[in-house]
Design a protein around this ligand. Structure first.
Ligand SMILES: Nc1ncnc2c1ncn2[C@@H]1O[C@H](COP(=O)(O)OP(=O)(O)OP(=O)(O)O)[C@@H](O)[C@H]1O
Length: 304
């Protein structure tokens, strides 16, 4: 197996009494997209800053492209890393093109690439206007263009879709998919969970600096043991009279069976054997439900 692009081994950081990040171990492979999720103050930005080498771990180790990112030797790797901070801010007096050309040149790229990226994020029409005249979404697009300079090997994106309209959000995810297929690795942190799951390979869930869960959505669903919701149509109450099925009905959702994953096929076969079945809707837990599960499990554990 190839060496991971990013490795955190028992990495943590404390500020006085506060453990902003406890003891996190994670490896990010080349071409992998990791979603990083957690409530406000969970430690997401802190983890990104550790990977960037902007701050150093109080304990454990962080390696990026085989080096400690806060070391002197890591300087030449920095041009291979793209970062979108949570709150983008630019030189307000410069035009969008001037800002992006400046950042492109810092990374060793030229104005042509800046122009292409502005087109890619859909702000060519405004590139000769001062940034101070940009809307929030336009600033965010400029921030993304800045992060995409040089097709980085590693992209760290803190709340990338904040302020983007639906078309820009769709285009953003297209770019992420494309960068991934070209071998880039991405860590994407977001509070907006719907729409993210089809673009990430794995998810990490953090709470108060602690890693609660990490894995593919299928792994997390399995760990969480969340039921599959099966909604049959056309049976007119016969499920309630079927002793093999009625145990899966709940008072909260009278027309939906909540079935453990391992019993799903058995229940589906039983439903299909019923005459009159018109249709079936089968829903597995989505990222939002998985996220809620781990957080409430953690919160109830803390209260005990
Ligand atoms: N320089 C610092 N000094 C003291 N505490 C800090 C510092 N930086 C971060 N923290 C604390 O560390 C914790 C994690 O902060 P962090 O910014 O990583 O959270 P986050 O998950 O990115 O939150 P949000 O979703 O609100 O952006 C918070 O409690 C924050 O107050």
């Amino acid at each position: 197996m190839s060496t991971p692009l990013v490795s955190l081994t028992d990495a943590g950081i404390s500020y006085q009494q506060l453990d902003a990040l406890k003891s996190v171990t994670m490896h990010l492979n080349q071409g992998e997209v990791m979603g990083l999720f957690g409530h406000n103050g969970a430690g997401k930005t802190t983890m990104m800053k550790l990977i960037l080498g902007v701050i150093s771990p109080s304990r454990g180790t962080v390696e990026v492209m085989g080096m400690a990112p806060d070391s002197k030797e890591a300087w030449h790797c920095r041009s291979k890393v793209g970062y979108l901070p949570e709150n983008v801010s630019f030189y307000e007096q410069l035009t969008g093109l001037e800002v992006l050309t400046y950042f492109a040149k810092l990374k060793g790229f030229n104005k042509k690439q800046a122009i292409d990226l502005l087109e890619q994020v859909g702000i060519t029409h405004a590139m000769k206007r001062q940034v101070k005249t940009y809307s929030k979404g336009m600033r965010q697009r400029l921030g993304l263009a800045q992060a995409f300079i040089g097709e980085p090997k590693l992209l760290l994106l803190d709340e990338p879709t904040v302020g983007l309209d639906p078309i820009a959000t769709r285009d953003f995810y297209k770019t992420v998919d494309q960068l991934k297929s070209n071998g880039s690795s991405v860590i994407l942190c977001s509070h907006v969970l719907p729409g993210v799951e089809q673009h990430i390979d794995r998810a990490m869930i953090l709470s108060t600096g602690q890693l609660l869960a990490m894995g593919t959505l299928a792994d997390l669903r399995q760990q969480a043991a969340l039921p599959v919701a099966i909604k049959p149509f056309g049976l007119n109450g016969s499920v309630a009279n079927d002793s093999k099925l009625n145990g899966f009905l709940t008072a909260n959702c009278p027309n939906t069976l909540l079935v453990p994953e391992q019993e799903k096929m058995k229940v589906l076969r039983q439903l299909i054997s019923h005459e009159g079945l018109d249709d079936l809707q089968v829903e597995t837990a989505n990222l939002e439900q998985v996220y809620q599960h781990f957080l409430s499990e953690h919160e109830s554990g803390e209260k005990k």
